[in-house]
Unconditional design. Structure first.
Length: 147
């Protein structure tokens, strides 16, 4: 898919592309780095996409399929590419995917230290529903729901 900003969003196929998705995840979520094997497993149960602008990797999305109508959408933009509208396009892309999967409620999760991500979520109508720390970590996650 192409966009007015020149963003190309595609599903990753093969280890090289999954490695790119992993790179974005690990850059944005350094306290919970994933291995390639973990990314492969996630790709089997979630909808993952990569975003490139002018051939440069700028971000990724994850859509967790709905359970009881609730889908989780996550849009990640690498810090060097923020504030250019890519997050808006990635978020809209993830929402379309969630809607196509039958979601009636949308949630997201953001690392508490990611102030840009929390600001983006709140600006898009999400409110905090839970805050927790995963085993082995010290930085809380924030779950938010779109109202």
């Amino acid at each position: 898919m192409s966009s007015p900003l020149g963003l190309r969003i595609v599903r990753p196929h093969g280890d090289d592309a999954l490695g790119d998705w992993r790179y974005v995840h690990n850059a944005v979520i350094p306290v919970q780095p994933l291995s390639l094997a973990e990314v492969r497993e996630r790709a089997g149960r979630n909808h993952l996409d990569l975003a490139h602008a002018g051939g440069v990797l700028v971000g990724s999305t994850t859509v967790r399929p709905p359970k009881d109508g609730v889908a989780t959408v996550i849009a990640r933009v690498l810090p060097a590419h923020r504030r250019r509208g890519y997050g808006e396009e990635l978020y809209a892309h993830a929402l379309r995917r969630a809607d196509a999967l039958g979601a009636t409620t949308i949630e997201t999760c953001v690392l508490a230290s990611n102030e840009d991500g929390l600001r983006f979520a709140r600006a898009h109508g999400f409110t905090e529903i839970e805050r927790y720390v995963l085993p082995g970590s010290t930085v809380p996650w924030v779950d938010l729901r779109r109202e």
